[in-house]
Design a protein around this ligand. Structure first.
Ligand SMILES: [Zn+2]
Length: 375
């Protein structure tokens, strides 16, 4: 079965969408934040812990699964769900993002992309067809088209050529997609350029994918307004009955803004990456548990958080674990940070249902930014 998006309600002021996505592995609510399981594992968390965080869907990286252990071993195990013992929905990316970060400009050809493995330097070649074949074998619920990921600084001229090639790659990938139980999403590119986003969106939608993603927005140092514009220029052309997925975005304020601009699904490594460096999200901004002021703070990270870490442990204890390089410290912070972002999407869903997303955004933003600065 292909994934089905159902629109339940639109926020009256912003048009933000409250809905559900149904897959072979269950139905989940949207907007939703998707934790990233890079190497077929969300770092340090078991599937049970992800469920306790109320994760609706997780992401696994095709590039990493392809290199290690290899898609054939995962297929022999019965696909990603069986291999990693996760019986909820899984999305795989195309591998493009990692490959483009490893490739030099001359290695990007019409056929595909040459690059060197980050593990052993071996020269490898990834094509749109190969990306889809790997994802078919991984047997995720949602596969992504292989797209070029040009830098945000790319000129209008380069970006136009790039999106035209991405459209040809999308058609090549779609032509070889053979897994009936797997949906395939198209990716809209075009950088910060309104005309190119429109062109990319219209032409990608013409190919009739099972859902659509807005790509090329999570660039380091890119002005926020460019990111918001890229979404603003893309979503109006996506049919209402299809999922809209914003790739690589997980900062709380960006999630709220993304939903306002019509996005249903987000993913980002940020909650687990922050955790490994001793940081926690709170409604008052990010805090670093390594800070000496938490040495004798025997309260949870957040009093009203329902996560396993906050229900059972204090800041002083987590600080002790983090400063002693104990793995449990990163684990507890990962659980809290993932739950924080998923709880944020729960609060957003409630605000949409009650047509008060704008006032929710103002309240959240005021507290998150203002008090956060004092930390
Ligand atoms: Zn918590």
């Amino acid at each position: 079965m292909k994934v089905q998006y159902q629109l339940l309600h639109k926020d009256k002021e912003t048009g933000a969408r409250r809905g559900t996505i149904t897959t072979n592995y269950g139905t989940f609510d949207t907007p939703m934040f998707m934790p990233v399981g890079t190497k077929a594992t969300v770092k340090m968390l078991t599937p049970e812990e992800l469920k306790d965080c109320a994760a609706g869907i997780i992401l696994a990286n095709t590039y990493h699964c392809w290199l290690r252990p290899g898609e054939d071993i995962i297929a022999k195990a019965g696909g990603l769900h069986k291999f990693m013992n996760y019986d909820g929905p899984i999305l795989t990316d195309s591998g493009g993002y990692q490959v483009f970060s490893l490739a030099k400009p001359k290695d990007i050809t019409e056929d595909g992309v040459y690059f060197k493995s980050h593990i052993d330097g071996q020269k490898l070649f990834l094509t749109p067809e190969k990306s889809i074949e790997i994802q078919n074998k991984l047997d995720s619920d949602i596969a992504m088209s292989f797209d070029e990921c040009p830098p945000a600084s790319a000129s209008h001229e380069y970006m136009q050529k790039s999106i035209e090639r991405t459209l040809r790659w999308a058609a090549r990938g779609k032509a070889v997609h053979k897994n009936e139980n797997q949906s395939l999403f198209g990716i809209i590119q075009g950088g910060p350029y309104e005309d190119l986003r429109k062109l990319s969106a219209i032409e990608t939608v013409k190919m009739d994918f099972d859902g659509y993603s807005v790509g090329g927005v999570a660039n380091d140092g890119e002005p926020k307004e460019d990111m918001y514009n890229a979404i603003r220029y893309s979503t109006p052309y996506i049919p209402e009955d299809k999922t809209r997925y914003l790739m690589g975005v997980g900062e709380p304020l960006d999630i709220i803004e993304g939903v306002i601009l019509g996005i249903d699904l987000f993913d980002c490594v940020i909650p687990t990456r922050l955790a490994r460096h001793g940081n926690a999200f709170t409604k008052d901004g990010k805090i670093n548990l390594k800070n000496a002021k938490y040495k004798e703070d025997f309260t949870p990270i957040e009093d009203d958080c329902d996560c396993y870490a906050c229900k059972n442990y204090t800041k002083a204890y987590i600080r002790h674990l983090v400063t002693s390089n104990e793995a449990l410290g990163g684990r507890l912070l990962s659980i809290h940070n993932i739950r924080f972002l998923i709880k944020l999407t729960e609060d957003i869903r409630k605000a949409i249902e009650e047509d008060r997303l704008l006032s929710f955004k103002e309240q959240f933003k005021t507290r998150y930014e203002k008090i956060g600065k004092n930390r």
